[in-house]
Design a protein around this ligand. Structure first.
Ligand code: SF4
Length: 419
């Protein structure tokens, strides 16, 4: 039985330079049409399923008004069943929230907030094309505390051109000072079709001005422009594309990236955050249950533009085009564009590359039993090779397979062995 529900809100105030998610510029009229369509999709979800996690992601869900968000959340809670200890997360960005909106979300039953901060340096934020300053980011965290959120996650990005270990350290220190329960630290990657990709393919002679301010590929700005740049990719998309980077365009030297990542692990663990997934750290009892379900290959429903569901060994992909999505639901048709049957081989590959993302790794005995195949024998050569390279550790008594510290740095090399 599915235990997780993902809801996609594909609107943002402005397009970030690196963004590959299904999102476009907020247009209030389109948003109303979209929410009506989304409610129709939600109303068709099975009422008997008891959900333990809800994740409202985007886009930036908090581009919607407090009234619209409250109405949508009440709609979900009245049409669906959630267990008594559910985790309900909403993603937000500084610059789209005030106390009233956050308080309304908390009162409506949202008990976890994930704030996209990315950096505590204004020049880095400008390069990324973010809509907010470092000060506004800090303010958003304090508003979330004031509004009654106890479970607060912060997203950060390292590997930004112009960034160095000193500025990254300061970002991490600021993050910890704000006492979030969860910190995600992602390496900046360049996806084809993004503005960052185009910018790096044809970089200006000097991307940095003398004062150290970095010109954003988005510096032309497009706040309020109602011609959305609809893009691929949706949060919760844990498909295989995630393990390869487009064209391998380099942003910073590999050594600098490694230094930042290693520092992140050492620093955050020294501050009592548990490193539980390649890019995720949390205080005890605050691991993100919704994402753990993805990494454990649990079933989930997804509703909204470009959302995926994974039910009964099949993956369902919704339309990624806004008009198609709205029209399908308005005409009482299914918004599903494609259904993929997940073969046993693919399921096994996913078990490895999703499960090994968790620092605790996977239990090969349990996995072998669930697939009725002896995976230890099947992959003995790969595991031996990876052990010799120092990338994984396999404990033949407990059947636990996990990445080593070196393996965390070179996880894609490990994952490709199992595909
Ligand atoms: S990165 Fe996030 S905030 Fe920026 S455009 Fe993409 S979805 Fe919106």
């Amino acid at each position: 039985m599915a235990q997780s529900l993902y809801i996609h809100i594909p609107f943002c105030l402005k397009r970030c330079a690196y963004c590959d998610f299904v999102s476009g510029i907020f247009d209030p009229l389109k948003a109303d049409e979209y929410i009506n369509a989304l409610k129709k999709e939600i109303s068709a979800l099975p009422r008997e399923t008891e959900f333990s996690t809800l994740f409202i992601g985007g886009g930036t869900p908090t581009t919607l008004s407090a009234h619209t968000l409250k109405d949508l959340i009440y709609y979900m809670f009245s049409h669906l069943t959630f267990n008594g200890s559910y985790e309900a997360t909403i993603e937000t960005n500084p610059g789209t929230v005030d106390f009233e909106k956050l308080h309304a979300l908390r009162l409506a039953g949202i008990n976890r907030i994930s704030i996209g901060i990315q950096s505590f340096h204004d020049d880095e934020l400008a390069f990324l094309g973010r809509i907010h300053t470092a000060e506004e980011a800090e303010h958003a965290v304090s508003l979330a505390h004031d509004a009654g959120f106890e479970n607060i996650g912060i997203d950060l990005i390292y590997g930004i051109p112009g960034q160095n270990i000193v500025s990254w350290r300061k970002t991490l220190e600021n993050a910890v000072r704000l006492k979030p329960t969860h910190i995600s630290a992602y390496e900046l990657t360049v996806e084809k079709g993004t503005m960052l990709y185009e910018y790096l393919k044809n970089p200006p002679l000097s991307p940095f001005s003398k004062g150290g301010f970095i010109e954003s590929p988005l510096s032309r700005g497009n706040i309020g422009v109602c011609s959305p740049l609809w893009q691929r990719g949706v949060r919760g998309d844990f498909a295989m594309k995630n393990i390869s980077k487009a064209d391998n365009l380099k942003l910073l030297d590999e050594e600098k990236i490694i230094e930042m990542y290693e520092y992140t692990i050492d620093y955050l663990t020294s501050k009592n955050y548990i490193h539980y997934e390649i890019s995720n750290f949390a205080l005890p009892d605050y691991f993100c249950k919704h994402n753990l379900n993805y990494w454990d290959r649990g079933e989930y429903y997804g509703a909204g533009l470009g959302a995926h569901s994974f039910i009964d060994h099949k993956r369902f992909y919704n339309f990624g085009d806004l008009e198609f999505y709205i029209n399908a639901l308005t005409e009482n048709k299914s918004p599903v564009q494609k259904i993929e049957q997940i073969t046993n081989d693919k399921a096994i590959a996913e078990t490895f590359f999703l499960g090994l993302r968790k620092t605790g790794g996977i239990n090969l005995k349990t996995v072998s039993e669930s697939y009725k195949q002896d995976l230890v024998s099947m992959y003995q050569n790969e595991i031996k090779e990876l052990e010799e390279a120092g990338l994984v550790e396999y404990n033949s008594k407990s059947f636990n397979l996990r990445l080593t510290r070196k393996g965390l740095l070179l996880s894609n090399e490990v994952f490709t062995k199992f595909i």
